[in-house]
Design a protein. Structure first.
Length: 367
């Protein structure tokens, strides 16, 4: 049985991806939701797999500050959705059926100061994340609050939109905070999906040189194919000196750590030039540093950044079009929803770049 929306027929049921927390992904039957007041039904075009999904859900359920118990509540997974609106509930004013959107992955109260600034991620009055506390994008349809939707420019694909929804937004905010511009060089540490995003965005923001550091040879090789790095270096002893030589200025004006590791963060500090800005966006781990020579005497500024805001995400989508840059360039693997188990295993293991899920009829054939 089907029901009709503004753009066609929508089935009553669908198969969504759930994560039991034991390094598997399961497909389960689920009702297709109907939009209520202020809500839209989004037909998913692409849904990314994020590193936080792997660390906090896929391998085992974990919690974080401000959440009582495991952060994942047994819902349809996927917090990086992009697609097309096929139905709208009452009270929806800005968007409607046929509109292409990116879904900002946090629903905030909308009333606290952080929400009014567009930082739903920092809502202190009961935020919920798609794919964690409410159903996410790893299914044919997603019920979204209209206020979490961001326009997806026609020049960008649904895969582009899915990447903007989290990783590219995170990288953009980190570089905005650090004042990235054409006046200086950029060092990116950790060339996973967020690091690749930082390199591409840094190029768009006008960085004089973009340098990457990554311990994995496979990921270094993939990063070199993206076409935004002037140099890609192995991690380890000598990396800071190599960065200083490449810049000719004693280090990079902006460094961003996307690795979330102690060695990565230490390198971000050591390889920053005098009066440099260091941005920390990688989750987990800790920070250990000598203070006087590394921080004080170099006059460094450290920025800690978590995701981005709704206005900045919309700004980023427009900027990427103006810069002629496509986030999907960092994607190494695309799977249909029915192959979610393979996709998650690869993302949790030896993936070279970003892993993305799409509807089965839009997925490449299995090799």
């Amino acid at each position: 049985m089907t029901s009709t929306t503004g753009t066609g027929a929508v089935s009553d049921t669908m198969r969504g991806v759930f994560l039991p927390g034991d390094c598997t992904a399961e497909l389960r039957e689920h009702d297709v939701p109907r939009p209520g007041h202020g809500q839209v039904l989004v037909e998913i075009g692409a849904s990314g797999i994020c590193g936080s999904d792997i660390g906090y859900i896929y391998r085992g359920y974990k919690g974080y500050r401000g959440v009582d118990g495991p952060a994942y509540r047994g819902v349809i997974a996927g917090h990086e959705p992009s697609g097309r609106i096929v139905a709208a509930g009452p009270g929806v004013h800005r968007f409607g059926p046929g509109d292409r959107v990116i879904v900002y992955h946090i629903v905030g109260c909308g009333l606290c100061d952080n929400c009014r600034r567009g930082h739903y991620i920092s809502c202190g009055r009961g935020r919920e994340s798609y794919g964690w506390q409410r159903d996410g994008g790893h299914a044919p349809y997603l019920l979204a609050e209209e206020r979490t939707c961001v326009p997806l420019p026609d020049e960008l694909s649904y895969v582009d939109g899915a990447l903007i929804a989290c990783g590219f937004g995170t990288a953009y905010e980190g570089l905005r905070r650090a004042g990235m511009s054409g006046d200086g060089d950029l060092l990116v540490i950790g060339l996973g999906p967020v690091g690749l995003a930082a390199g591409m965005i840094g190029r768009g923001m006008g960085a004089r040189k973009v340098i990457g550091v990554e311990p994995s040879q496979a990921r270094r090789a993939w990063a070199e194919t993206v076409g935004v790095f002037d140099a890609v270096l192995p991690a380890g002893d000598g990396a800071a000196e190599a960065v200083a030589d490449l810049t000719g200025r004693g280090g990079a004006a902006v460094t961003i750590d996307c690795s979330g590791t102690r060695p990565g963060r230490s390198l971000a500090l050591e390889a920053a030039a005098e009066w440099g800005h260091v941005s920390l966006v990688g989750e987990g781990g800790d920070l250990h540093t000598e203070v006087s020579d590394t921080l004080l005497h170099k006059q460094l500024t450290i920025h800690a950044s978590w995701v981005t805001s709704l206005p900045a995400m919309s700004e980023l989508a427009r900027n990427l079009v103006d810069w002629g840059l496509r986030p999907e360039r960092v994607v190494s693997d695309v799977f249909g929803f029915s192959r979610a188990g393979e996709a998650y295993a690869l993302a949790a293991g030896a993936s070279k770049g970003k892993v993305v899920l799409v509807p089965d009829d839009a997925a490449p054939e299995a090799s």
